[in-house]
Write a protein that binds this ligand. Sequence first.
Ligand SMILES: Nc1ncnc2c1ncn2[C@@H]1O[C@H](COP(=O)(O)OP(=O)(O)OP(=O)(O)O)[C@@H](O)[C@H]1O
Ligand SMILES: [Mg+2]
Length: 495
Amino acid sequence: MASLAEIVRKQSRLTLAEIVHLQRLVASWNMLADFCFSDLLLFVPVSGLRDVSEGDGEFMVVGHVRPSTTQTLYRHDMIGEAVSDSERPLVTRSMRLEEIIEGEITVSAIRERVRVLCIPVRHDGRTIAVLSRESTPSVGRSPGELERTYVDIFNRFARMIASGDFPYPIDDSDSKESPRVGDGAVVLDRAMCVEYASPNAVSALHRMGVHANTEGMRLGELGLDDEPVVDAFTVAKPVTQEVERGEVIILLRCIPMLDSQGVSGAVVLFRDVTEVRQRDRLLLSKDATIREIHHRVKNNLQTISSLLQLQARRTGSDDAKSAIAESVRRIQSIALVHETLSREAGEDVAFTDILRPLVQMVAEAVSSPDRHIEFEVVGDAGTLPAQVATPMAVVLAELLQNTADHAFPSEGDRDRPDQVRVELAVDDAGIVVRVIDNGVGVPDGFSIEEAEGLGLSIVRALVMSDLGGTIGLFEPADGPGTVVELRVPIDAIAS
Ligand SMILES: Nc1ncnc2c1ncn2[C@@H]1O[C@H](COP(=O)(O)OP(=O)(O)OP(=O)(O)O)[C@@H](O)[C@H]1O
Ligand SMILES: [Mg+2]
């Protein structure tokens, strides 16, 4: 469906500021529909007829809201509907006379008599649209107190719309969260004392421990934090704020009503958000718990590698020493992932956040005064879920270690620096990782599928079986060296 701004821009000649005024009205008119128990339609004069007094005006409906306090008159959305002057004479009159006009008409779209209240929408001294309250003609039933009070409030807002005081140019509300009339409404008089509290508002106050009769009292006197109310009266603008009392958290929205003498009272809407906030807090603490667990796993892995190192020191066999050293290295690469995850908010981790410390770990292990390998990482592969990040870290640690162990066997007699580059990329199928060195290359007849070393066996098992990916090994286009290319399909990453 086209937005209000789109329709208005196409169909009428309103200025940007005027369109914004209408958007603000529509953003806050749920409350108005609820107070008047009616559908509200917003009519804008259609292009060319900006000055309605010139002749037979045509209007278009650019906004429609239904009340949540009663049933709607219009089952179809009325937005985009064009109406002629003869069909809607009251809209034209209200626009031309700049007055609130009441009457009854027959609406052809629903073939029914409809009671309408047309309110000119004023902005910056000019009437730019007409807001129409549409309800079924009342049939003799006398309204109750709640209904009378609400309709009275609606009429006060209607006068503010006609004089350009509503909608407010500044409103702090987030319409998704903001309380509705049905959540609980309190009407305050000029002196901030309670004139009326709806049954739901009374229940909300009860939950907050206010059992006294509220009438004639200020919210502050009832023991509530009335700062938002005082603020709203002082600045004559709506103020929305959460107030807490005991276990209960209430989202309180105070909308002042203005007349010629300033703030003449206010509507305070209440919404109990205790459960919502408790859930938010629980989620936050769950997140913190997960991070704490990663932290502990990392610590435990470090303990394991320290124990292995102790054992290595006690053994006389060089073979055993180097086997243990390799295990320590593998454990540390897994610990790195948990360390990174313990710092992340979610269960996803940026690939480069894991890769950087891994590269550093290998670089530190191999570098010595007479040996230097340049490591570099290029590209990006986005984020990975934890269950993919761990095998990927182990695999990359193996490949980087292999470059250090095998690619550059003889020292000092090469005419170019020893270089290792890790390239990351994402394509339609998944992520692509290449570990490229400019070393001596693999031995003749070497095949990655049949290589018997533990390192590449681990790489094969993790990439092919666990992640469902592929491994390729070839010589780089620009000369000697080795490229190991891993492709991990998107579903392994997404799952
Ligand atoms: N970047 C490389 N450059 C040259 N040769 C390599 C490279 N990567 C692997 N190789 C060759 O592949 C063989 C198998 O590697 P693999 O990692 O499986 O075992 P390893 O490194 O010998 O032992 P381990 O990893 O268990 O310590 C290596 O011995 C080496 O000959
Ligand atoms: Mg190896």
